[in-house]
Design a protein around this ligand. Structure first.
Ligand SMILES: Cc1cc2nc3c(=O)[nH]c(=O)nc-3n(C[C@H](O)[C@H](O)[C@H](O)COP(=O)(O)OP(=O)(O)OC[C@H]3O[C@@H](n4cnc5c(N)ncnc54)[C@H](O)[C@@H]3O)c2cc1C
Length: 239
């Protein structure tokens, strides 16, 4: 997300008024020192969040960052985020510092719709930054009895996080290995599963892995959708 001067961000917030819900932190939980779940509560008028949509959080006077609701309940005004505390940026530090009672404003969720009730098979590729989307998607797929398999590349210290989050149908790889190599992606068992060609492939997280996985899937000539989006890129700020 682009950097803008403080006066500009202040003016936009004032003009948008109630279109930027003001929420309060009501719960925080460190699943480990690197993954934090944050529960926010406030009036969510006109809030519509499809799985895969992201909200924007103003993490400094001049910058916003994207985060995906893992869960939302408009009636009770609840939004939940799951954030990767990678420690190398103002967004990560802001999220680490958020504590109960803090107030923030949210940009209305927007982005790519990744889920359709008509699709009965999904393959999901991601990393720590996509755990929130995985949770949002998991709930919908379970209700709709759709098949959903997660392929995560995670730092060693985060390998048990999918289980802690209640995800079950997943495989975990080390970073910069399987999802960084077209040949290794091509050997994944999903390409032997019936119906994989018509499945929807959701690919997000690290920009290099997104490119690699997308290329590998394309080699199989699938007819289903490939929904790909980089969530962060090494050396770049605030995608
Ligand atoms: C649509 C969308 C939805 C997203 N949803 C989530 C979400 O639900 N949870 C979540 O945690 N993140 C999510 N992200 C990713 C998050 O917005 C980025 O990681 C963002 O760069 C974090 O900002 P920062 O200020 O901490 O780091 P930046 O200032 O943007 O970057 C500083 C440095 O840190 C590196 N960096 C950034 N992110 C990571 C990372 N995860 N691991 C290692 N190095 C990193 C950058 O390459 C850069 O070198 C989403 C991104 C998008 C585009």
């Amino acid at each position: 997300m682009p950097k803008a001067p403080k006066w500009f961000n202040d003016t936009v917030e004032t003009l948008l008024g109630s279109k930027m819900p003001r929420v309060k932190v009501t719960e925080t939980e460190y699943l480990n020192p690197f993954i934090k779940r944050i529960r926010l509560q406030g009036e969510l008028n006109d809030w519509h969040c499809h799985a895969g949509y992201a909200t924007g959080v103003r993490i400094s006077d001049t910058e916003y960052r994207n985060y995906t609701p893992s869960f939302d309940d408009v009636e009770n005004g609840i939004v939940e985020l799951i954030v990767h505390l990678h420690g190398d940026g103002p967004g990560s530090r802001y999220m680490n510092n958020l504590s109960i009672g803090d107030e923030l404003k949210l940009i209305m969720p927007r982005g790519k719709k990744v889920y359709s009730e008509d699709v009965k098979q999904y393959f999901f590729f991601g990393d720590e930054t996509t755990l929130a989307m995985a949770c949002a998607l998991n709930e919908r797929a379970k209700k709709n009895k759709a098949l959903l398999h997660f392929y995560f590349e995670l730092d060693a210290e985060n390998k048990n996080i999918p289980a802690i989050l209640g995800l079950d149908n997943y495989s975990v790889f080390s970073k910069n290995k399987t999802l960084a190599n077209v040949e290794l992606v091509n050997q994944l068992p999903m390409f032997q599963m019936p119906g994989y060609k018509e499945a929807t492939f959701i690919v997000s997280g690290n920009a290099t892995s997104v490119q690699t996985v997308r290329r590998a899937i394309k080699q199989y000539g699938v007819s289903g959708s490939i929904i790909a989006q980089a969530y962060w890129a090494a050396g770049k700020t605030g995608l």
